[in-house]
Design a protein around this ligand. Structure first.
Ligand SMILES: [Zn+2]
Length: 297
């Protein structure tokens, strides 16, 4: 009788302990999910505004960036849609791999505004910082790059040839070269800063762009139109071509930064009208990409 009662008590105690273990286990599991979400959210926020960059006092001399690489992309297509190799086309798969590498190694994507502050010495940035840019304003930037950038909490800039902005948004078709519409531009501004790439002086005649072939008056009118349409202070020279006169016009119109296609990093104190970038194309291997971003494990 005594033994039986003891066994009953023991079973009950065992049951209670089991329930407690299960409960605690479940709670800690929920907690870890919550923590992961919280971590992810914090990470997303980090990339949203200047205010949320790592506090400057957490940047020591050891991890402070002396130079920032600015990446330059153009068009993106799924590898199965690339019929012919073109220097301006990077596959979506490779772009995703490059973005994942940046994300998994805690790189921060810097906005043009933040880069400008860095240039002036008004903002310190961590070593693992990078600027992502696209030239020309292709619809593929919105169709393919935008969701990938958004997923990783990244930011980027797109330099648009404003005369090519589509009147209305189109469904993406890989075999046509489509451009962004004003609606596409508006709905991607949470991730993308838009800059100018001339209104209609992007074409090349005998190796020189229309921008540098045009008289100062024509160039000024074009660059003002471009600036007004996008309401931007940033510019990228078509094919990287510029003259002293181009810089003077940009300055006069109130553009504050302009990017070339010359390979190299942006350093504090650089001339804001001749900023270097790194070309990323179909031949850019992941090893080359790692060299560009100064990858360290
Ligand atoms: Zn271009």
């Amino acid at each position: 009788m005594f033994m039986k009662r003891n066994l009953k008590l023991f079973s009950l105690l065992f049951l209670i302990i089991l329930v407690i273990i299960l409960k605690v286990g479940k709670t800690s599991k929920d907690f870890s999910v919550m923590n992961a979400e919280k971590k992810y959210n914090t990470h997303t926020d980090l990339n949203n505004t200047t205010d949320n960059l790592p506090a400057e006092n957490t940047i020591t001399a050891d991890n402070e960036a002396k130079e920032i690489p600015v990446l330059m992309y153009h068009h993106l297509l799924k590898s199965s849609d690339i019929k012919q190799k073109n220097d301006a086309i990077v596959s979506v798969e490779e772009f995703e791999e490059q973005m994942k590498l940046l994300h998994d190694n805690n790189y921060k994507t810097v906005s043009l505004k933040e880069l400008q502050l860095f240039l002036k010495g008004d903002l310190r940035l961590p070593k693992k910082s990078v600027v992502i840019t696209f030239d020309d304003g292709y619809l593929s930037n919105y169709t393919y790059a935008y969701p990938i950038l958004k997923k990783y909490g990244f930011k980027a800039a797109v330099f648009v040839i404003t005369s090519r902005i589509e009147k209305e948004s189109h469904k993406f078709t890989p075999d046509k070269l489509q451009y962004l519409s004003m609606e596409d531009i508006e709905s991607s501004k949470d991730v993308i800063t838009y800059g100018g790439h001339t209104n209609n002086l992007h074409d090349v005649v005998n190796g020189k762009t229309l921008l540098i072939r045009s008289s100062a008056d024509v160039a000024e009118k074009d660059l003002k139109t471009c600036k007004d349409i996008l309401n931007t202070d940033y510019f990228a020279y078509p094919y990287g071509q510029y003259t002293e006169e181009t810089i003077n016009i940009l300055n006069k119109l109130g553009y504050t930064m302009a990017f070339t296609t010359q390979q190299g990093d942006v350093k504090k104190g650089d001339n804001p009208y001749t900023l270097k970038r790194y070309f990323v194309g179909p031949d850019t291997t992941i090893e080359r990409f790692k060299t560009i971003i100064n990858f360290k494990k």
